[in-house]
Ligand binder design. Structure first.
Ligand code: HEM
Length: 168
């Protein structure tokens, strides 16, 4: 909220306090930009904790790996969409286009791509269900979360193996 206000006032050029609206801005922004617990002028306590994204300082855990893999698989799936649309377009356009997309899909590159994206989809689906259950409040206990976070990874391992056999 404070940031939105800051952008609006910068745009309207009312951030100086030489006018009545400048005073209103400073009062409002000063309050909005401070967390309630720190709404004083006392110096902020210094913290030795690292700021994000210093990934290397964290100890790896299953939930962390599962979460990173969910984002990576989501990005891969989105990246595949243009290629998928191109394939569909080529397939229904003409006989030559169909033959060409058939060749691409059955080449080593096409099979590898299908395997990668297929595995990403299996993982994203399984872990997505886990995330949705967590959002619904199911399995939020620390031990349960740590134990269950590895299930989608195992399921993807099995699914990726079956997919590789099917694509060979
Ligand atoms: C197959 C069923 C799917 C399920 C159940 C599912 C579920 C989810 C869930 C629950 C999230 C939010 C994760 C969070 O809370 O951080 C998410 C994020 C995302 N999904 Fe899906 N999804 C599915 C399919 C797809 C597909 C087909 C694509 C792409 C074409 C996709 C792309 C993404 C992306 C890019 C994100 C954001 C990742 C991030 O920023 O961390 N998803 N998905």
């Amino acid at each position: 909220m404070g940031r939105v206000l800051s952008i609006v006032t910068t745009f309207l050029k009312i951030e100086d306090s030489s006018s009545w609206y400048g005073d209103v801005y400073l009062t409002l922004y000063g309050q909005l930009s401070k967390p309630a617990a720190m709404a004083t002028d006392a110096p902020r306590p210094t913290s030795q904790r690292p700021n994000s994204p210093h990934l290397t300082v964290y100890r790896w855990s299953w939930p962390m790996a599962a979460s990173i893999a969910h984002r990576a698989s989501g990005v891969l799936l989105v990246g595949f969409v243009p290629f998928y649309l191109w394939l569909l377009h080529a397939m229904v356009g003409s006989q030559a286009g169909y033959d060409y997309s058939y060749l691409v899909l059955h080449s080593a590159f096409g099979r590898l791509l299908l395997w990668l994206v297929g595995s990403a989809l299996i993982y994203h689906f399984c872990n997505g269900i886990r995330f949705l259950l967590l959002d619904a409040g199911v399995g939020e206990q620390r031990e349960t979360m740590i134990a269950v976070a590895r299930w989608p990874i195992y399921a993807t391992g099995a699914g990726a193996l079956l997919l590789a056999i099917a694509l060979l």
